[in-house]
Design a protein around this ligand. Structure first.
Ligand code: OGA
Ligand code: NI
Length: 358
């Protein structure tokens, strides 16, 4: 039987939204059109004029004990009440942030043929494609993704590291080292907010896993009908999200049952608590559901780093955070198994965490 030629728009059973946009379809394909209850618009009633907290990293890093402890208490509030915050003065060279945006953008702008050399295999999350798609009737996100495992080296799939643009790998390597240090520092400060010894997470995590996902959201002619990225919480311990310069407020978080837009702050990095920290803190610091929406005229690029324990590690609520008032809410489990569970299900709010709930 002659093979059925693949449309360039549909890669395997998945649409490529950049190609789809180029083809200027008269209507949005049904697989992207959300049910009424799942739709979003950028213009929502602003019940929450609130912005997510801003944490000044240079103050956390201060020798001056007053400034340090004031910022630590801001961080505690950010973790407990928001699960999301933006870090300013993080000390990462702005040229490096610009450089990673540049190579990522260059990669997404390559012809599809070139990007298809790095395909995301079904059931995996590394490479170019759309992760978390498991059925033909599942709604698709208006987003192209390119994801790579970075640390420990054993999770690297070097065949998926692009040779084009030529400076991609080196730039990613340098960038990820800086982001790794930031994650380690933030976890120490988060431990401090909980009254725990500062290296508690690092000691527990073993060889921490680090992965990056680049999300490219092309403009969408009907942003009101689609979702850029389905609502989810992250399976990581911490996530660091960089929005490319000039991004519109495409990221929204669920705060007291309202979707609140994260207003981009120039050069800041958005940090959020992942499921792992929720479990370790016995729910004191919760992972917060979030999603991405699109725009009709503008594209948007985000660079997202996930930082998590080694797959070998057993985790469960820390003994210090369980007592007669706070009974243990999560069971102990192997983090590798949780990761597997997370990536083998579609993104669906905080459903993945049911895995750990008692
Ligand atoms: C993610 C994520 C949001 C965004 O990749 O996990 O939440 O704005 N991304 O790209
Ligand atoms: Ni996320």
């Amino acid at each position: 039987m002659a093979p059925v030629p693949l449309s360039p728009i549909k890669v395997g059973h998945i649409y490529d939204v950049q190609e789809l946009r180029k083809s200027k379809p008269a209507t949005i394909p049904r697989r992207f059109v959300r049910g009424i209850a799942e739709r979003s618009t950028l213009e929502q009633p602003t019940k929450h004029p609130l912005d997510i907290p801003i944490i000044d990293f240079s103050k956390l890093n201060q020798q001056n004990p007053d400034e340090h402890s004031t910022e630590i208490s801001h961080l505690a509030i950010a973790c407990q009440e928001w699960g999301f915050f933006q870090v300013i003065n993080h000390g990462i060279d702005l040229n490096m942030l610009e450089a990673i945006e540049k190579v990522a953008k260059e990669f997404f702008m390559l012809p599809l043929e070139e990007k298809k050399k790095y395909p995301m295999a079904p059931g995996t999350v590394q490479g170019y494609g759309q992760a978390f798609v498991f059925s033909e009737d599942q709604k698709l996100d208006w987003c192209n993704m390119f994801a790579l495992g970075l640390h420990p080296p054993a999770i690297r799939n070097l065949k998926l590291w692009p040779t084009n643009p030529p400076d991609f790998s080196e730039t990613l390597e340098n960038y990820s080292q800086e982001i790794r240090k930031l994650c380690q520092n933030l976890l120490e400060y988060i431990a401090e907010t909980l009254g725990l010894k500062k290296n508690v997470f690092e000691e527990m995590f073993g060889l921490a896993v680090q992965a990056v996902r680049m999300n490219y959201y092309p403009p969408c002619p009907r942003p009101d009908l689609v979702m850029g990225l389905s609502p989810h919480s992250d399976g990581s311990a911490l996530t660091v999200l960089q929005q490319a310069k000039g991004s519109y407020a495409g990221l929204q978080i669920l705060k007291d049952n309202n979707w609140v837009s994260v207003q981009p702050v120039p050069n800041a990095l958005v940090i959020n608590i992942g499921d792992t920290i929720e479990v370790l803190t016995n729910g004191k610091y919760k992972s917060v559901e979030h999603r991405a929406v699109t725009e009709s005229e503008k594209d948007r690029l985000t660079l997202v780093t996930f930082y998590a324990p080694s797959y070998e590690v057993e985790i469960g609520p820390l003994a210090e955070l369980v007592d007669e008032n706070d009974s243990c809410k999560y069971r102990r489990y192997n983090h590798g198994e949780y990761s597997k569970h997370y990536v083998s299900n579609k993104l669906q709010g905080k459903k993945a965490l049911d895995f750990a709930k008692i």
